[in-house]
Write a protein that binds this ligand. Structure first.
Ligand code: NDP
Length: 239
């Protein structure tokens, strides 16, 4: 984890490169924190949100943010949206409860894989993917298996650099009602006081960790980095 001084230098160097990025899932809990943090740090010369609906972003703060509306079922028709971004962040996802098992696989694996392929074709060098703690393509749990498969399929795309974030339960003030998750979060909130890095992580920490990862050079000779929950905590502490 870089010191505050090192981090400041890394961010300054990164800004000078005037890189561009896109975010998939910017309307979600992690994605919105990521967008807010990107704008706070002014890290990119242009930020493109790629999503299925237009977000209401008004004001000077958003002057270098553009939005591309796409139909994820016909993503090939929207290849242009994926052109010319140096870094891609993916915080996309749904749940089995919302979309059914098939819909979940479609969004969390197929949409992500196709987006990654289009991004790579469009010149993206560093892809940052949010999956989950326990992601494992040989798991017998659908959720963990699909997340593991997504990780592998994106790896096969062959980005110059690929960072996989595997957070535990996300702590945030979710507006949508998910009672089981709400209850878990209440309990985990208590655990988090005693042992903060074990079972959960605030979305703000995930967002900061993603950006700290991006401004740091990747580990040498290693294209793929997997960041587990404790590492994300540590990296995301650095402000
Ligand atoms: P949210 O559920 O808050 O947001 C999901 C994003 O995906 C939104 O931008 C949403 O867009 C988009 N999306 C969902 N369905 C579709 C669809 N059919 N077509 C196009 N876009 C769609 O995400 P979180 O921040 O909670 O989670 C981000 C990732 O982290 C997910 O992959 C999740 O599985 C994973 N994760 C979650 C944990 C948790 O505790 N919740 C724990 C660990 C990992 P729209 O606003 O238009 O619906």
């Amino acid at each position: 984890v870089p010191s505050p001084e090192e981090l400041k230098n890394l961010r300054d160097c990164f800004r000078e490169m005037k890189q561009t990025c896109f975010i998939l899932g910017a309307s979600g809990e992690t994605g919105k924190e990521l967008l807010a943090e990107i704008l706070r740090q002014q890290l990119f010369s242009r930020v493109t949100l790629i999503g299925r609906r237009k977000l209401n972003l008004e004001g000077k703060l958003y002057s270098n943010v553009s939005q591309e509306l796409v139909d994820f079922e016909k993503l090939d028709e929207y290849a242009a949206a994926f052109q010319g971004h140096d870094v891609g962040f993916c915080c996309l996802g749904t749940t089995k409860a919302k979309a059914g098992a098939e819909g979940f696989v479609r969004v969390d694996r197929d949409y992500v894989e196709r987006s990654a392929q289009l991004a790579k074709a469009g010149g993206c060098k560093h892809f940052v993917l949010q999956t989950t703690k326990g992601a494992d393509s040989s798991s017998s749990f659908l959720y963990l298996r699909v997340k593991g498969e997504t990780e592998a399929r994106v790896q096969a795309v062959g980005f110059d650099r690929y960072s996989i974030f595997r957070p535990a339960v996300l702590l945030c003030d979710r507006q949508e009602s998910r009672p089981a998750e709400w209850m878990t979060r209440k309990v985990l909130g208590v655990v988090a006081h005693i042992f903060p890095t074990a079972l959960s992580i605030p979305t703000t920490t995930v967002a900061r960790a993603m950006l700290n990862n991006v401004v740091m050079p990747g580990p040498s000779g290693q294209k793929v980095e997997v960041l587990e929950n404790a590492t994300i905590h540590a990296l995301g502490q650095a402000k």
